[in-house]
Design a binder for this molecule. Structure first.
Ligand SMILES: Nc1ncnc2c1ncn2[C@@H]1O[C@H](COP(=O)(O)OP(=O)(O)OP(=O)(O)O)[C@@H](O)[C@H]1O
Length: 341
């Protein structure tokens, strides 16, 4: 049984360890789960990841409870088919998808997961980021995956629903060290129907469009959407298309924050990224590493964030090696010098 020490990180270490355990068919013992967080141990959204992984890989597990700081997970074979999971809170649906996404590389038949929870919640990829940035980027390297949004779910009630569908995939090496010129930015804005009278989605889109126009950035704005949801909320995504890459910059509305401030937050992240030569944004950077470790290749990321560091630690526990080389302009090239398997 492989020991994976989670003391340096949070939920992402749990998800990455589960995914690599299933892909490599390696039983694991996870210790010091979410050791660096103020409330260590499994939270409901991490428990969801373990439970779904248990179902799809017919795993034998022990120690799986909210608050558990140690658990064992011994997968059998991953089976395709249709699965469902209700996180029960506004816990992130996309982070639940994260646990299964790498399984596309090992599947013999399609797999789908219909999940209920938060689709646009803090500290996780909003569903539009998944649909417009992450999955299209990985599709370029052979990942067959798509998401369908059935209903948006915001904090605190959640109640959002989305389906992830995976097809058997064979990845080519992720070689991506130059992004090429910016071709355009696409602005996607949505808000709950209850916020339509305040024109929230429209104002977010207009403010983002104005700021991009001031910067002389070629951009298009998709029709602002008003969507049914249990709790009110709003989300904005700037999808930046470069000749060789995609990057995303998102922000969520919350009580006390103006629509214009939401736009400003997303535009500011885009401007910061534009000032670098990185190929992927800070979030895709850490989310891609598991695929880099499986497929091989090299990517240029903005910097080594704590999430990047701890994902590299998990990859190393599974026998892979990701080497970071600093570039003179401050970006970092991560190379899979030793892919897993
Ligand atoms: N705004 C965002 N857009 C895209 N991705 C995001 C965004 N915010 C966070 N992420 C991604 O979500 C993941 C969050 O992982 P993290 O381990 O912090 O979360 P967690 O499972 O909620 O656990 P914990 O509660 O321990 O922090 C990371 O991959 C991060 O890059």
């Amino acid at each position: 049984m492989l020991d994976v020490d989670g003391s340096a990180g949070g939920g992402q270490m749990v998800r990455t360890a589960l995914a690599l355990s299933m892909v490599t068919e390696t039983p694991i013992r996870l210790t010091n789960v979410r050791g660096s967080r103020p409330t260590p141990g499994l939270r409901p959204q991490h428990l969801a990841g373990v439970r779904v992984s248990e179902s799809v890989s017919d795993a034998t597990v022990s120690g799986v409870d909210v608050g558990a700081t140690e658990l064992t997970f011994a997968p059998d074979t991953v089976s395709g088919g249709d699965y469902q999971y209700d996180i029960g809170t506004a816990g992130s649906v996309t982070l639940l998808f994260e646990t299964l996404l790498p399984l596309a590389t090992t599947l013999d038949e399609p797999l789908s997961l219909r999940a209920t929870g938060g689709t646009d919640v803090k500290w996780s990829p909003p569903i539009a980021y998944y649909e417009r940035v992450k999955l299209p980027f990985l599709a370029r390297f052979g990942l067959d995956a798509e998401t369908t949004l059935h209903r948006s779910g915001f904090y605190p009630a959640g109640g959002g629903r989305a389906t992830l569908r995976l097809g058997p995939s064979s990845l080519s090496p992720i070689e991506c060290t130059e992004r090429g010129p910016l071709e355009r930015v696409t602005v996607h804005s949505k808000a709950s129907t209850s916020l339509e009278s305040a024109s929230v989605a429209t104002r977010q889109a207009d403010a983002a469009s104005e700021a991009l126009a001031d910067d002389g950035v070629d951009h298009v704005v998709t029709e602002p959407a008003y969507v049914p949801s249990t709790s009110p909320g709003s989300a904005l995504l700037l999808e930046a298309t470069y000749r060789e890459s995609l990057a995303g910059f998102d922000a969520l509305g919350e009580r006390g924050t103006s629509s214009e401030a939401v736009a400003e937050e997303a535009v500011k992240s885009f401007r910061t990224f534009e000032d670098t030569s990185a190929v992927v944004d800070d979030h895709l950077a850490d989310q891609l590493l598991v695929f880099l470790a499986l497929a091989g290749g090299r990517i240029r990321i903005p910097r080594v964030t704590p999430h990047v560091r701890t994902t590299i630690d998990v990859v190393e526990a599974f026998g892979g090696e990701l080497v970071c080389t600093d570039s003179p302009d401050g970006t970092v090239v991560v190379e899979a010098s030793e892919p897993i398997r």
